[in-house]
Design a protein around this ligand. Structure first.
Ligand code: 2HA
Ligand code: ZN
Length: 287
């Protein structure tokens, strides 16, 4: 029977839930989630949370390990700690959970999922701190935070200087669409211990300006309005990193490249603002 207006749904039947599961599975198939590597979270819309609230069963409040007052009362669908991305599509209620943030923004409780007793990802502080920043700077449109371990971008963190300028300049230069896909550039976090608020605070500082941040010798965080844009951003950056590594591996000199004027043409044609510090032609030579 179809009820109008206040229709109640099973979490597993919601489009946003299916899209989350499909994105996680796509990431696994890309090879970005060995073992329990990586994590994914989605800030659920109020209307979507209401539709499934009948299936919520609240557990006890626990500390987030960070202050996220701007996320008070929000619900998140988020991967569980120790869970394998390759199992998400076959065991979603075991590998995923929905959490609610308390009114003070310092604690969370599980309201759905983690049926075998798991907790949210060890990267919960970074996810929530990134959501808080992106919600604020995007006027509430950003909803997805994604962490993966793509091999080419990780490899680059061993051979390029760990700076936003060099990573952005090099990756933009590999594929014409890159400056259009991430016109603000990307940030780089030096090696830090994962899983705490310290790395979360450093990452969310970068998320004030960028949609993606590389974690040296570890992986990458990408954020976006929806699953397509966030997955697409991770995919584009990783592909560009692969092209850079391939051309470096040949040991041959570059005979041509996208030049400064061509970047300007791109910016005009696609109406994006490209920061000059990322298209400094001298930079590549200075590496
Ligand atoms: O194991 O990727 O950074 C999950 C992670 C931690
Ligand atoms: Zn990781």
């Amino acid at each position: 029977m179809k009820m109008i207006g206040t229709e109640k749904m099973r979490v597993e039947d919601c489009e946003w839930f299916k899209d989350f599961v499909r994105m996680a599975d796509d990431g696994y198939r890309m090879g970005w989630h060995e073992r329990n590597g990586g994590n994914l979270s989605y800030r659920i819309k109020d209307r979507e949370a209401k539709e499934v609230s009948d299936s919520f069963n609240a557990s006890v409040w626990k500390p987030v390990g960070a202050q996220v007052p701007e996320l008070a009362g929000e619900y998140f669908l988020i991967t569980g700690t120790g869970k394998y991305f390759r199992n998400i599509c076959i065991r979603p209620s075991d590998t995923l959970g929905i959490i609610e943030i308390n009114p003070e923004g310092d604690s969370y409780r599980t309201v759905w999922g983690y049926v075998n007793g798991a907790e949210p990802t060890s990267e919960l502080p970074t996810h929530l701190l990134n959501h808080q920043v992106k919600k604020r700077v995007s006027g509430g449109t950003y909803r997805v935070v994604y962490h993966a371990h793509p091999e080419n971008i990780i490899a680059l963190t061993f051979i390029l200087p760990l700076s936003d300028e060099v990573f952005t300049r090099e990756l933009w230069g590999m594929m014409t669409e890159c400056p259009i896909v991430f016109p603000a550039g990307i940030g780089v976090v030096p090696w830090m211990v994962p899983g705490g608020s310290e790395i979360g605070l450093k990452t969310c500082e970068l998320m004030e300006k960028y949609d993606a941040a590389v974690w040296a010798h570890h992986g990458m965080f990408a954020t976006g309005v929806d699953f397509d844009l966030t997955f697409g951003l991770m995919h584009t950056i990783e592909k560009s990193a692969a092209i850079l590594l391939k051309q470096m591996s040949t040991g041959r000199e570059r005979l041509s490249a996208i030049d400064q004027d061509q970047f300007k043409e791109l910016a005009e044609r696609f109406r994006v603002t490209l920061d000059d510090r990322f298209i400094d032609q001298g930079l590549t030579e200075r590496i």
